[in-house]
Design a protein around this ligand. Sequence first.
Ligand code: BDR
Ligand code: CA
Length: 317
Amino acid sequence: SKKLLVDVDCGVDDAQAIMIALAAPNVELLGITCVHGNTTVENVCKNTLRVLQACNRLEIPVFKGAAKPILGNSINAGNFHGQDGLGDAPDPNAPSLDMVQKEDAVSALIRIINQNPGEVTLVATAPLTNLALAVRLDPSLPSKLRGLYIMGGNTESRGNTTVCGEFNFTADPEAAYIVLNDYQCPTYLACWEFTCYSKLSWEFCDAWLAQDTDKARFMAQIFRHSIKASQSEHFEKEFVAGTGFISCDSYAFAAAIDDSFVKESDHYPVSVELTGTHTRGMMIVDTAGFMNKAHKAFIMKKVDMEKFERMMMAALK
Ligand code: BDR
Ligand code: CA
């Protein structure tokens, strides 16, 4: 089985991605580290516990990480995910934050990876602050990873947070820079435009939520807010060019879980813009080798969508 360690800012798509991993037969989820992003890091911890509770998997350890980016203040994505990150749905039985581990997320990343050298697949679907801090404390970390899967960045300078910035990279550009330059391990990126081109149809989403299970009912509750946001005219017509739901983070998880999920990818050195009038946080793809950088990342282009739908379906069974 595959050992997964995941770093999230538990919004709606992070929740969907975690549920895919929990349902995958070949996955051992070693822990979930939380970071600021879609909402505050406290909300992220709470949301993660709620997802684990909905799946009866509260034995999986949850760790609290950075509350802010390396520089400046955190942004959030409340407009899309709801202010609490999970659609502002009522949660009368939310687990207590006492269930969060005493060990912080950065220490946990370093400890767990060192305890399983060469075996851990790290998946990050949030601002990369925890990963950046971890590699500063332990520079040997990347060499001990089996692979790194990231949802973040963009390839066509289309932003979802600023003109040119995708959310996870824009929320902490310095951290994204550190991770893309210092994690010299097999690296796979699910970038914003790719996820836009790989939308799930609303017909699929309806059938997905119609499953007669507690997990499906939980998902229907937390999903409502972002369905509404996704179906707004501006969002579909101008913003993401087409109808359907974009479960961004689920692509990174699916690729980490199943080696045959990615059908086609580019292989280039990548980095992040740290200054610029409109471009801070934008990902740079060095197609012609100007950066003189040996390490290249795999940039996902095509994935097995039938397999993706099967994994999504299984997540709510
Ligand atoms: C990313 O930003 C967050 O809002 C989502 O959870 C996803 O990780 C998409 O740009
Ligand atoms: Ca996320």
